[in-house]
Each structure stands twice: as C-alpha cells, then as structure tokens.
Design a protein around this ligand. Structure first.
Ligand code: PYC
Length: 310
C-alpha cells in the first residue's frame, strides 16, 4: 500500500499539509514546468492529499521539491482542493515552521523556489517567520463590475503571487457569523470579474475596519475552491500592500497589520522594487504551529483512495 509522509501545521488558523515523502515524482526543470506536470499527470495525488476523506476544503498542500534556481535551498509547489497556487504566504510560513519542528532548519534565511519566482524566508530565534514574497503590483485600479443580483461593485486587480480582486466598498459585514453570506457574495463577484475580462482572478478579498487592537484592517478572502482563508492570506496581504503603495497610503518600510476573519494577524511591509512601475517586494511576518505528523495510506481497495473530487 502506498504511503505519503506529511506534516500538518496551521498559520493563523489556515492549515498546510507539507508532503515530505511518497508524493509524485515531477522530475526536474523550472517549477512552473513541474507544476504543469503535476496538473497534467499526477492530479490524483493532489486530490488524495488535500481533499476529503483525508483533508478538507481550506487545506493547502505543499509539495517539497528540489529547487531549480541555483540560489535556492528549497523548492515548493502549493495546491488546494481544486487546483494549484502560484505562491502561498501562509503555506510558506507553515513550511518553515514544519522544517524547524523536524530539526531540518535553524534560525536564519533560506531562499525558496516556487512556480512564480523565488521568495526568501527568515526564521527568527523566537519562531516568527518573515517571507519576502515575489514582486507584487496593482494591475488595474477601480474596475467596475456589474454583479448579477448585487449591482455595481468597484475594486482593484492586483498580483501578490496569486491574482486578487480587492474591494473596500461592498456593504458586507465581515465577521464569522456572516461567513455564508460573504462566501455567496464573493463567489458571485468572482464569476462577474472573470466574465468581464479578468479570467485569472481566482481570489476575492474584502476589507473592513480591524477589531484586533493595533491592526489596520480586517479581511475576508475567498479562495479558488470556495473556502475562505482563516489566515489574513499572505499573497492577499501582498496584493493589498501593492494597492496601498500605489495609492500613496503606506510609506515604504512602515507596518501594515492585516487581521483575518478569525482575528489572526500578519504584519506586512514593503520596499519599492520599481516605483515607476508600481512594483513592490512585500514582506509578510507571522507564526505557524505544527498540528500533526502522519502517514497517509493509499489503499487500492478504498473506493475513495484518491479523494473526493470537489
Ligand atoms: O496565504 O497566500 C496565502 C494563501 C493563499 C491561499 C490561501 N492562503
């Protein structure tokens, strides 16, 4: 019976399952090519690892691979209940906390190869983890979308390692009791923005005033497979920082504390990469905790051996 060795963690409540052994052999080459190989030939592994009955909708998988970029010490490909992610901020923090737990990483910096570029993680002695994410930017400002059953919504389209549509004026109450309404609202918005010429946008992010003392904003992030992010979303916070930088609302180097729907926080800041193009390098800081270490068994007699396809 095949076995897959994994270590589970959560970052601000959002789970990550790091695959250490027994995952698909994707061969060599740039990680974007390996991701395509994963999608084309080994997608059953994705489904087996993160979907029910072994996983759950919010769970993000992280396949640890050899890096392709010569300056990287690690490589990772992230995936979820419906597909693959370019980058994942909470997942990178979970990856570092998991390797530290296994004794495979000491405090210090490590560069990590991902399908959308190299990122750099720094593990502090106290256990906090900072990630210098891929270059992020706002691609479109104040895009108006007519959403069936809702009306006109305005938002920004931004890249933070995944594509986001960020909305501040939405009329929604951003708290846990309203999660179903928030999911329904953002799912409709996603269909409308996709239909309106932004087919790659697969994360929708709403903002409201913070509840946690010291935080600057609270968000709700709808992920591609319709689960919401329990963490403040590392790539979503990167996209937000790009918008704040473009609007001149947050100076370079200053802290932006982003709170999630469940009250967990990431500290964000950025430095300009190319001001004339609105390109920033965001840094996201948070913590993660290991929740389990296990062997997933793939029993060929099990009718749901390869997971329940979402
Ligand atoms: O933290 O970047 C993130 C993320 C993306 C999807 C879920 N979490």
């Amino acid at each position: 019976m095949q076995a897959i060795r994994v270590i589970d963690s959560h970052t601000g409540g959002e789970p990550t399952r790091l695959v250490l052994d027994g995952g698909p052999d994707l061969g060599g080459g740039p990680l974007a090519e390996r991701l395509q190989r994963f999608r084309d030939h080994f997608d059953a592994y994705r489904c087996a690892i993160v979907n029910e009955p072994r996983g759950s909708d919010p769970l993000v998988g992280a396949l640890l691979v050899k890096p392709h970029r010569a300056d990287c010490g690690l490589g990772v490909i992230f995936f979820n209940n419906v597909g693959y992610l370019g980058m994942c901020g909470h997942g990178t923090i979970g990856l570092i906390a998991s390797l530290k737990h296994l004794g495979e990483l000491a405090p210090g910096a490590v560069r990590i190869d991902t399908p959308v570029g190299a990122v750099e993680a720094e593990l502090s002695v106290g256990g906090r983890i900072s990630v210098d994410n891929v270059v992020s930017y706002r691609a479109a400002h104040r895009v108006a979308v007519e959403v069936p059953g809702i009306g006109k919504i305005c938002g920004d389209v931004a890249w933070g390692g995944n594509w986001f549509f960020l909305i501040t004026e939405h009329g929604q109450i951003i708290d846990l009791p309203h999660v179903e309404a928030l999911t329904d609202f953002t799912w409709r918005v996603r269909a409308a923005i996709n239909a309106q010429g932004y087919p790659l946008v697969d994360h929708i992010e709403l903002f409201a005033p913070a509840n946690v003392p010291g935080a600057h904003s609270r968000n709700f992030v709808l992920c591609p497979g319709k689960a919401y992010d329990r963490s403040p979303c590392g790539t979503g916070t990167s996209a937000k920082l790009a918008c704040l930088a473009a609007d001149g609302k947050l100076p370079e180097g200053e802290e932006w504390i982003q709170e999630s729907l469940i009250g967990s926080t990431f500290v964000g800041r950025y430095r300009w990469r190319d001001r004339s193009k609105g390109e920033i390098v965001p840094t996201i800081t948070g913590t993660a905790h290991v929740t389990g270490e296990s062997l997933l068994r793939l029993d060929p007699q099990d009718p749901f051996c390869w997971g329940i396809r979402a």
